[in-house]
Design a protein around this ligand. Structure first.
Ligand code: 2M8
Length: 448
């Protein structure tokens, strides 16, 4: 296999570099997702950032959770962006106008009007565990964060279960590709093809293109028109959750997000038991987890066995060879034979074991597929944060060997010390933003 050309860092230098990136991106109130491309707090980035911060400084990690929750909407939604005072990102608060048109949105901090995958309970678990490993002040800080944030995270899971289950099966739906976190994944191509930007889409100027090495690493203008059109639709209905699900032009049951919802419900239920939270709420979390786990398993393609998204507007399954197909390995529930088969596919020649990969860690699209685009954002590159998620969930699910392999190989990729947002699977070249906080954070957690 080809080898990456950059110098490799040893463990100590890599861990120090990761801590340095988090410190450099820290405004004091939030660690921004990256220094230039994303100068604000993103919802799921913040959760992974807390996982890294928990290893360095329990109080700082706890404050990150508090900053994120200061942006939570009155109905329970955790918005996908909590804005800093920085400029340089589009769409910013002026475009979203959430507090202007929606009574649930906080006036301050400014927030966006959509959500992102629920991984925050995992972050709370990590902070609580880190606090308990230490003593005195750290432990008290973590226990008090557990008491204050548990009801908020419960409200967030309830929001998803209430507003985002349009089929009533437990398959949680997204109303914008950005909500999935995998913005331009081929998973969304067919649903976006049906989104027709109106001629009254207010004009805009992108701010992302000059902040990466090559514009080809980012989504196209045609994709951006659709991203902005969906926001325009939502703004016009005052970001009313039920109305967006009823009338918006994009509504897809997201199998990957649903698997993360299952994991978060379970982790939150465990934390709730430890902290004596209300039994009926814990029972609800377990109920949602069971229902949504069954929904994830029900999406499997009868021929390939891979999990699929469901386009609610078009009324059809979406079969794309993306990493989301392995969602059952995140949330569990397969019988042992089916699970071994799915792991074998993941480790096999169409995925991690593809002979042309520099590192045997999951690419976002199968390199054997015609849809694979090795440097294009969510259309093929390897994302360390996604590898961390699989590794963490697989370890929890007893798949220790696969989890350890993903960890080792992703660390090898990331030992170039750039902490890139994503990597070129065939060359190991760093892509997108460098010094991306969540990459640094998951590396830190792995090295701890
Ligand atoms: C990317 O998404 C934002 C929009 O939310 C963007 O491209 O401007 C995605 O990779 C998303 O998953 C991530 O949370 C965000 C910040 O890292 O960047």
């Amino acid at each position: 296999a080809p080898q990456p050309q950059r110098p490799r860092l040893g463990t100590v230098a890599l861990a120090s570099g990761a801590a340095w990136v988090l410190a450099g991106n820290d405004t004091g109130v939030m660690v921004t997702a990256s220094p230039r491309l994303y100068p604000h707090m993103w919802s799921w980035d913040a959760a992974f950032i807390m996982v890294g911060l928990a290893q360095l400084d329990v109080d700082r990690a706890a404050r990150e959770m508090e900053t994120l929750l200061s942006g939570q909407w009155a109905d329970g939604m955790i918005p996908h962006i909590v804005f800093s005072e920085e400029n340089g990102y589009f769409p910013g608060p002026d475009r979203w106008q959430t507090a202007v048109v929606c009574e649930h949105a906080p006036a301050r901090p400014h927030t966006s009007g959509i959500c992102q995958p629920p991984v925050h309970a995992i972050a709370l678990r990590k902070i609580v565990d880190a606090g308990r490993r230490r003593s005195g002040a750290d432990r008290r800080r973590a226990e008090s964060l557990l008491r204050t944030s548990w009801p908020r995270l419960f409200a967030w899971q309830r929001w998803l279960a209430t507003y985002r289950d349009p089929l009533g099966t437990g398959l949680i739906a997204v109303t914008h590709g950005w909500e999935s976190g995998m913005d331009n994944s081929p998973r969304w191509d067919s649903a976006y093809a049906a989104v027709r930007p109106g001629s009254n889409l207010p004009p805009y100027v992108r701010e992302d293109l000059d902040k990466v090495g090559d514009e080809g690493e980012r989504p196209t203008d045609a994709e951006y028109d659709r991203y902005l059109w969906l926001i325009e639709e939502m703004r016009r209905v005052g970001y009313r959750a039920d109305e967006i699900v009823r009338t918006g032009s994009f509504l897809v049951g997201d199998v990957f997000l649903t698997a993360l919802f299952v994991l978060s419900c379970e982790v939150l239920a465990e934390l709730g038991e430890e902290a004596n939270q209300p039994e009926e709420q814990i029972a609800l979390l377990r109920h949602w987890a069971a229902r949504s786990r069954a929904a994830v398993l029900d999406t499997r393609d009868p021929v390939t066995g891979m999990a699929r998204d469901y386009d609610v507007r078009a009324g059809k399954w979406v079969s794309v060879p993306s990493i989301a197909g392995f969602a059952p390995l995140l949330c569990g529930g397969l019988d042992p034979r089916q699970q071994a088969e799915m792991v074998a596919v993941l480790e096999g020649p169409d995925w991690m074991g593809h002979p042309d990969l520099v590192a045997a860690t999951p690419p976002t699209v199968s390199p054997s597929s015609p849809q694979f685009m090795p440097k294009q954002y969510w259309r093929g590159p390897q994302w360390p944060v996604i590898s961390w998620l699989f590794s963490w969930a697989m370890r929890r699910g007893g798949l220790d060997d696969t989890a350890a392999g993903i960890r080792a190989e992703t660390l090898r990729l990331a030992s170039d010390g750039t902490f890139a947002e994503y990597y070129h699977p065939l060359t190991g070249a760093p892509l997108g933003s460098l010094s991306q906080s969540w990459t640094a954070a998951v590396v830190l957690d792995w090295l701890y």
